[in-house]
Design a protein around this ligand. Structure first.
Ligand SMILES: *[C@@H]1O[C@H](CO)[C@@H](O)[C@H](O)[C@H]1NC(C)=O
Ligand SMILES: *[C@@H]1O[C@H](CO)[C@@H](O)[C@H](O)[C@H]1NC(C)=O
Ligand SMILES: *[C@@H]1O[C@H](CO)[C@@H](O)[C@H](O)[C@H]1NC(C)=O
Ligand SMILES: *[C@@H]1O[C@H](CO)[C@@H](O)[C@H](O)[C@H]1NC(C)=O
Ligand SMILES: *[C@@H]1O[C@H](CO)[C@@H](O)[C@H](O)[C@H]1NC(C)=O
Ligand SMILES: *[C@@H]1O[C@H](CO)[C@@H](O)[C@H](O)[C@H]1NC(C)=O
Ligand SMILES: *[C@@H]1O[C@H](CO)[C@@H](O)[C@H](O)[C@H]1NC(C)=O
Length: 805
């Protein structure tokens, strides 16, 4: 069966947005009677006034058609809808969108392709063909467009001048209005990397693995090193890269990690025998070979590689792996694979030095066969993360933490949603909400988009999910939370594409279906009531929804093609005519974040303080505006047990707030090497959560004593196992490092593929596993940084840069 493969990567404004139609013909539609088809009769009953599921309490909006009809624009491209399409927003509030279509002849022929470039100045309503600006050269869709992350309007297009033996840059400093051609003295291998601190400085690697730098926005280039395997910008104009003097980047574990802070004039080696490295938050991680065999350990530095310490994690054998899930300025989350081929591992959280780790969540789902985990940082409320665990009986369940991983719990069942009868008739108490994230999309379930939250839409989360005792693949619906994941509401039946506009004042959604559509759903009350608008009389095969990154826009574009499948069509709806009134003081009300128990004295305390936000009232129909700024008040909280992670060697049993000592650790105080001397940790089991600001109250004893014994944890002399009696030294044999980022920037999504999904009833691990194997998703041995590099970060290079702020 041929399925439509849609590759959709929405990136930060610093990168292009790619919409790509894969091998399948867009005509290949789902057959009636399969999972999705079965849902449609229900959807047809929806009334015009409410597209959601809470009809009784919702009232119809009047004059929707009249208001929106005049502000809906359709633009049909002359270019045929083949190949791939990339969208890139240039600048912030400029309204400039570049649209690049590329059509490439298959690889076994010579590299040959055609590109067309279009430019819009009105948020995608109309486009002008500006292909002549790139002189009809071929721009690679994967890394052809590089937009400067500082919103200054710089654009670089990398053109392949086929047949002329070279590459040419088209450089613009005026939001893509004019381009200056510059021939490159080398063939680029990766995307041009802007220095986040100075966007006139660029880095890239050549096909021959030379590292090239330009200090004048690409006009002239200087080679600063050869045999470079991986390069990243660090903070304050620093550059980190690994090199192999022997010329092979496959010799992992033999690389040198080098650093320069003066654009390559002086370069020094900060670590040797390096396997890989990653920059995240304030941390620099590197996995470094020990003196013995093929073992390696993770070293951490918080001063850019000047001083290294060994991460104190449990030892693992060579069949296990590590994966850094997230890093911020305070701490990191790391996944440690359990022994044996279980498909699960344990999440550990670090202290503020990244050195001493403690157990946060057991049975965390992250298989060696699927390379995705559901770990999701919720950007609309501090301290909130969601992920999935695999229970003892083999079902996948969603859990959430509100305090940076100190305590995890299942999601509550939405009030307006019944349990899926098929899965939980006999176990009503196990009826919970389960959220579908990366793991489900990697499993090719019928989930078109990942959970969505935005820093300026306080408390809001949109996500696909189902209610039952585990994930059920049959009918994911859209659920909304308006309080950062404490409570949830069934918002839309069936899978949808969704977006947040006007800082959360407006939500829009489009049904995910293979039939042509003509309706967009929108909500002005954070997803409780949904209204319909017919945006066209000539339905569209919908491909993607797009709006300006940052969720402040009122314009949303629907991309697709019509019945003849030949032309790209974009329909842009400007909702400004609907929300004509500017919001005033009376439209906002106070909201205490993290409030779960209004009667409690410490209600709302999270990470040591309470925060009260001014939020738009649900019944207010008004425009937050582009300049909407979050207004909040903070007050400190006394410390309680909830402000602490369990310390090294301790864990929280399920449903417990007390930390309990791990049996295997009893009577063995942790000794570790910090800055060259041995430290002993004396702990009563609690360690304050990094970044927590609580005052007074519960203050458990914790002490690190300098034993005045010298030790070595320096990356230049990698023989850290001199402390033979230390059972806690992390011996790392398989390190998988990649950062799934809690980016503060808007719209940073990873590339996802999705095809026909929803083929199994209950999302059980064994079934999913077969599915993975059937689809030949790479085993973990291939999922190292180089894999990440090609499959993910290549498209998403800037997300690493975002980490560095
Ligand atoms: C629609 O827009 C046109 C101009 O763009 C204007 O003349 C007309 O009055 C508008 N109609 C309505 C109903 O707003
Ligand atoms: C466009 O490309 C042609 C070769 O295909 C070249 O002769 C011409 O000079 C180029 N024009 C510009 C403005 O780069
Ligand atoms: C390069 O690597 C190969 C195999 O890894 C080794 O045999 C050779 O001696 C190395 N050469 C140098 C100059 O290190
Ligand atoms: C909107 O479109 C649907 C079909 O998709 C149709 O049933 C409905 O009548 C239309 N509504 C209006 C007001 O045109
Ligand atoms: C929507 O697009 C129009 C241009 O078509 C622009 O003037 C307006 O500012 C945009 N609205 C928002 C909120 O970005
Ligand atoms: C935790 O609490 C839930 C509900 O209160 C209960 O169903 C579950 O069995 C408890 N787990 C343990 C290990 O006690
Ligand atoms: C380690 O030493 C360096 C300089 O000697 C110092 O800046 C740093 O704070 C020390 N780190 C710790 C954790 O003591």
């Amino acid at each position: 069966m041929i399925c439509r493969i849609l590759m959709l990567g929405l990136f930060s404004s610093a990168l292009g947005r790619h919409l790509q139609e894969g091998t399948g013909s867009p005509r290949a539609r789902r057959q009636p009677g399969d999972a999705e088809g079965r849902h449609s009769p229900e959807r047809r009953e929806l009334t015009r006034s409410s597209a959601g599921v809470n009809e009784e309490t919702c009232t119809a909006l009047r004059g929707v058609e009249a208001a929106l009809q005049n502000s809906t624009s359709t633009f049909t491209f002359k270019v045929r809808s083949m190949g791939s399409l990339s969208l890139a927003w240039v600048g912030d509030r400029s309204g400039v969108v570049l649209m690049l279509t590329t059509f490439q002849v298959p690889l076994f022929l010579m590299r040959f392709g055609q590109s067309s470039l279009y430019r819009s100045e009105d948020y995608g309503k109309t486009f002008q063909d500006v292909t002549h600006l790139i002189n009809h050269t071929f721009i690679q869709s994967e890394f052809g467009i590089a937009i400067s992350p500082d919103h200054s309007g710089k654009v670089i297009l990398t053109a392949d001048v086929s047949g002329f033996g070279g590459f040419r840059l088209f450089r613009s400093r005026d939001f893509g209005l004019t381009f200056e051609p510059t021939d490159l003295p080398f063939e680029p291998l990766i995307q041009m990397l802007y220095n986040p601190g100075d966007c006139n400085t660029l880095l890239t690697l050549s096909l021959t693995l030379d590292l090239w730098l330009s200090e004048d926005f690409g006009a002239t280039w200087r080679k600063i090193h050869n045999s470079v395997c991986l390069v990243r910008w660090g903070p304050r104009n620093s550059i980190y890269f690994t090199t192999n003097n022997n010329g092979s980047c496959n010799d992992k574990g033999m690389l040198d990690l080098k650093k320069t802070v003066d654009y390559g004039k002086t370069i020094h080696t900060v670590a040797s025998r390096v396997y890989s490295f990653v920059l995240g938050g304030k941390f620099l991680f590197s996995s470094i070979m020990t003196g013995m065999g093929s073992e390696r350990v993770v070293h951490v530095s918080v001063d850019g590689g000047e001083h290294w310490n060994i991460a104190q994690l449990p030892a693992v054998n060579h069949q296990q792996f590590y994966y850094i899930l997230a890093a911020n300025q305070d701490m990191i989350f790391i996944h440690v694979d359990d022994p044996g081929d279980t498909g699960v591992g344990t999440i550990y959280v670090s202290d503020d030095r990244g050195t001493v780790f403690s157990k946060s969540l057991a049975r965390h789902l992250y298989t060696t066969t699927g390379s995705d985990t559901d770990f999701t940082a919720i950007s609309s409320l501090r301290g909130v993360y969601m992920t999935s665990i695999l229970t003892e009986d083999g079902t996948v369940e969603t859990v959430i933490t509100y305090d940076q991983g100190a305590k995890w719990q299942p999601l509550r069942r939405p009030q307006n949603s019944d349990c899926d009868a098929a899965t939980s008739t006999n176990r009503p108490n196990r009826c919970k909400l389960h959220i579908y994230a990366s793991y489900s999309t990697a499993m090719k379930m019928n989930v078109p988009v990942l959970p969505l939250s935005q820093p300026n839409a306080v408390g809001l989360i949109l996500a696909h999910g189902s209610v039952g005792d585990s994930e059920s693949a049959l009918a994911p619906d859209v659920y909304v939370s308006d309080d950062g994941g404490y409570s949830w509401l069934l918002a839309l039946k069936g899978p949808h594409h969704y977006a947040i506009l006007d800082s959360g004042g407006l939500l829009v959604a489009v049904e995910h279906t293979n039939s042509p559509i003509n309706q967009i759903k929108f909500s002005t009350d954070e997803g409780q009531c949904w209204h319909l608008y017919n945006f066209t009389s000539d339905p569209l095969y919908f491909i993607a929804m797009d709006s300006e990154p940052g969720s402040r826009s009122m314009n949303v574009s629907l991309w697709g093609n019509r019945n003849d499948h030949t032309k790209w069509v974009v329909i842009t709806v400007d909702f400004r005519k609907l929300l004509t009134r500017d919001c005033n003081e009376g439209d906002y009300q106070e909201w205490l974040a993290h409030s779960a128990d209004p009667s409690g004295l410490n209600d709302g305390c999270a990470m040591g303080y309470k925060e009260t936000f001014l939020r738009l009232r649900k019944d207010s129909m008004c425009w937050n505006g582009r300049d909407f700024a979050i207004t909040k008040k903070q007050s400190p909280c006394p410390c309680s047990v909830a402000d602490y992670h369990c310390d090294f060697g301790y864990y929280r049993p399920e449903n417990s707030s007390e930390c309990v000592e791990q049996e295997e650790m009893t009577g063995r105080p942790l000794e570790f090497c910090l800055n060259g001397t041995t430290e002993q940790l004396q702990t009563s089991g609690y360690r304050k959560i990094p970044g927590n600001q609580c005052e007074g109250g519960f203050q458990p004893e914790r002490k690190e004593t300098d034993l005045r014994r010298l030790c070595i944890s320096d990356a230049h002399h990698p023989n850290p196992l001199t402390e033979k009696d230390s059972p806690k030294t992390a011996v790392i044999v398989m390190v998988v490092m990649a950062i799934l980022l809690m980016s503060a920037l808007a719209g940073v999504w990873l590339v996802k593929k999705y095809v026909c999904g929803g083929r199994f009833l209950v999302h059980r691990y064994s079934v999913m596993r077969e599915q993975v194997e059937a689809n030949k998703i790479e085993g973990v041995d291939d999922v190292d940084t180089s894999y990440m590099e090609t499959e993910k970060t290549q498209f998403n290079d800037d997300s690493d840069q975002d980490l560095l702020e």
